[in-house]
Design a protein around this ligand. Sequence first.
Ligand SMILES: Nc1ncnc2c1ncn2[C@@H]1O[C@H](COP(=O)(O)OP(=O)(O)OP(=O)(O)O)[C@@H](O)[C@H]1O
Ligand SMILES: [Mg+2]
Length: 142
Amino acid sequence: MSAPALQKTYQVQHRDFGTAGEASADIKRMLRQLGVQSDILRRVSVAAYEAELNLVIHSLGGQLSLEVDTHHIQLSTSDTGPGIADLEAAMRAGFSTADDEARGMGFGAGMGLPNMKRNADAFDIQSTLGQGTQIAMTFNLS
Ligand SMILES: Nc1ncnc2c1ncn2[C@@H]1O[C@H](COP(=O)(O)OP(=O)(O)OP(=O)(O)O)[C@@H](O)[C@H]1O
Ligand SMILES: [Mg+2]
């Protein structure tokens, strides 16, 4: 295992729609600066945005982390919150428990988790009801 070339962790606040999207925008900016190719940059950016917004909308707050080494980009989230009762249902396109506030801002299509899975080369989600949720995504660089 090579040493990480870059490691950064962002704190994401519950219901802070004013700053929502800033962490994933920073991730995109840094990866572009590192010279990550456009297709991978696009996939990581979509996944990071969906993960960040899920922390804002569905959790009570958590962390979004980025790690880059020679061969991979890894995105991971860890939050405290309600957790997910039925992971299989949550992974289905169109499934959403987003409330009216979130839906009023255009969220709640139930596409975030399926989009993360589709865009990542490896995707893992763990959740404990009443405690929180963790997601790990890997994107291959070569
Ligand atoms: N971090 C989380 N904590 C608790 N529940 C979550 C979390 N992430 C997702 N969920 C649950 O999984 C459902 C599906 O998530 P997904 O991101 O696919 O859709 P959405 O956020 O509801 O809508 P969209 O992402 O299209 O705006 C959510 O509605 C919510 O019930
Ligand atoms: Mg979502």
